[in-house]
Design a protein around this ligand. Structure first.
Ligand SMILES: Cc1ncc(COP(=O)(O)O)c(C=O)c1O
Length: 389
């Protein structure tokens, strides 16, 4: 499409504009979007509240640097902390940067005890910068860039005995996605998360939840950790936080926050007033009465519809799993074939690995749009896609 861009992505469509869950490409074709900018466009395209917040703040002050406070930055910090747990927050610009922050803060907090290492999980995805990449399980992402940050061990998800073997006196933190996204929509069980929390308490390690993909309403709760009741020591957020503008956040429980001193970390753009204003609009939406309950109900409608399809198409579907509007469908055959079939029917959806179709519609998706996805998927599977070759 263009020789000016490094070829690190496989892509063809040129998108021009959108409204709600629909996006239009440069040839005028309208797509129903079940990828939502990879879980970023929570309120779909062109949300009025988010757009107006951005416009208004852009007219006042676009950037100030972190040498100064800004009103939206201060308000956002207060808001995030009041929604989550007693904590202090560092604002940054992306998911991977939030994970870097979480890893640095964990080492800083554990420094006097010589805690430098991390326990992570198979199928994890934490980002592409060197620290986050070191904590990411998929070999093909990591190997071309080795040597990475040393001291990361991977354990099977939901295997507490393996984690108990791995967590030791050098462990700074155990880092886990409460629902793994990129790795194939794999929820950690509440029992596992509770066990990890007890293990971390007992051994003096921190517990980090990476909710960059599963947080902020995606699973039907504001934070995915609410499903288990386990509150982490450090929480990372990003993707949908600023309504499509780049922003990440790292919340550190206030009992640990005093370990961080002036100059320990920083970012030129982090907490930028325009992104912070957009994030405040997103949080207004998420906290509107009844919003998350309605989202949970739509998630169940999608999950049940997919489970019905799994019964009808046993040759293709192995498993349907997930929470809220974060759902994976695992196929015996290639998920890419199914995604291509959906594209022929004007629907965008993502793969997660070779066999899983990852459904992450905007949180404002309508039931009629979910029905359209289910009908299209039924037709694609009836045509033989997704079955083993
Ligand atoms: C759980 C999780 N952590 C971290 C990241 C990295 O985020 P970003 O792509 O914004 O750097 C992602 C991105 O997919 C993610 O899903």
């Amino acid at each position: 499409m263009s020789d000016a861009l490094l070829p690190v992505y496989e892509r063809d469509l040129v998108l021009v504009q959108g409204k709600g869950s629909k996006v239009v490409d440069k040839d005028g074709r309208t797509w129903l979007d079940f990828a939502a900018g990879i879980a970023v466009n929570g309120f779909g395209y062109g949300d009025r509240k988010v757009v107006n917040a951005i416009k208004k703040q852009a007219g006042l002050l676009i950037h100030a640097s972190n040498l100064y406070h800004t009103e939206p930055g201060l308000a956002l910090a207060e808001r995030l902390v009041s929604l989550a747990f007693p904590s202090q927050v560092f604002l940054c610009n992306s998911g991977t940067e939030a994970v870097e922050g979480a890893m640095k803060f964990s080492r800083r907090i554990g420094r006097e005890e010589g805690r430098t290492d991390f326990v992570c999980f198979e199928h994890s995805f934490h980002g592409r910068t060197m620290g986050a990449l070191s904590a990411t399980w998929t070999k093909k992402y990591r190997e071309p860039f080795e040597p990475l940050v040393p001291g990361v061990r991977f354990c099977p998800l939901n295997d507490l005995a393996a984690a108990a073997e791995a967590v030791g006196e050098r462990t700074a933190a155990v880092m886990v996605e409460p629902v793994q996204g990129e790795g194939g929509i794999r929820p950690a069980t509440p029992e596992f998360l509770k066990g990890l929390a007890a293990l971390c308490r007992e051994r003096g390690a921190l517990l980090v939840f990476d909710e960059i993909q599963c947080g902020l309403g995606r699973t039907g709760k504001m934070f995915a950790y609410e499903h288990s009741g386990v509150v982490p020591d450090i929480l990372t957020l990003a993707k949908p936080l600023a309504g499509g503008l780049p922003m990440g956040a790292v919340l550190v429980k206030d009992v640990h926050a005093s370990a961080m001193k002036v100059g320990d970390h920083g970012s030129t753009f982090g907490g930028n007033p325009v992104t912070a204003a957009a994030a405040l609009a997103v949080l207004d939406h998420l906290t509107a009465p009844g919003f998350l309950d309605a989202l949970g109900a739509k998630g169940l409608y999608l999950l049940r519809g997919l489970r019905r399809l799994a019964k009808r198409h046993k040759a293709a579907i192995v498993d349907v799993r997930g929470l809220g509007l974060m759902i994976g469908v695992e196929f015996r055959g290639p998920a890419g074939q199914v995604a291509s079939g959906l594209r022929e029917r004007d629907i965008l959806a993502l793969k997660a690995g070779e066999h899983v179709l990852r459904l992450l519609p905007p949180l404002v998706v309508k039931r009629s749009e979910i029905k359209a996805l289910l009908d299209a998927l039924d037709a694609v599977l009836t045509g033989g896609a997704g079955a083993a070759a």
